[in-house]
Design a protein around this ligand. Structure first.
Ligand code: TYD
Length: 144
């Protein structure tokens, strides 16, 4: 895991939007407007009011999260600092580097959380206990 990563390495990527009177289109293309090659795409939907998703960190996985419909908040945490990013437009992608704890909260009704991911699903890439996450981050600090 990139234990040095910080929430300041995560950023909003403004995607292009092609306007059309009969609807807009946004394109995400490897090596064009996303900082990693996409190997997997999944989406969360029918999230009940008040539910929270995420609640984990990844060791190697890069992700870009898009509110394809509706809105929600992504809470990013690197063990030292936290920030909340509201996603509410389908042409904004939140790039999340490895080694960041994330929670996704405040889903609006009908929200669709689209996730583009750099690797295939690997359950061993997840860190699901917050204390274990902090240990990973702190191990690295003690090596500096
Ligand atoms: P999880 O990543 O924990 O969801 P979230 O972060 O949105 O709360 O995944 C939920 C379940 O779905 C878990 O049992 C693992 C499974 N899953 C897959 O089998 N493949 C996948 O690509 C993903 C993302 C999840």
């Amino acid at each position: 895991m990139n234990t040095n990563s910080s929430i300041y390495d995560c950023c909003i990527i403004e995607l292009n939007k092609i306007h059309n009177r009969s609807g807009n289109i946004t394109i995400v293309e490897n090596k064009v407007n996303i900082p990693f090659d996409v190997k997997r795409l999944y989406y969360l939907y029918d999230v009940p009011g008040g539910a929270q998703r995420g609640g984990h960190a990844h060791q190697e996985l890069h992700q870009m999260i898009v509110a394809a419909s509706g809105c929600f908040d992504v809470v990013l945490d690197d063990g030292k600092n936290k920030k909340v990013v509201e996603l509410n437009r389908p042409y904004y992608g939140l790039y999340i580097v490895p080694g960041i704890w994330r929670e996704i909260i405040n889903f609006s009704s009908g929200a669709i959380c689209l996730v583009l991911a750099s690797h295939k699903y690997d359950k061993n890439d997840y860190i699901r206990e917050y204390n274990r996450f902090l240990n990973f981050k702190n191990e690295n600090i003690s090596q500096i």
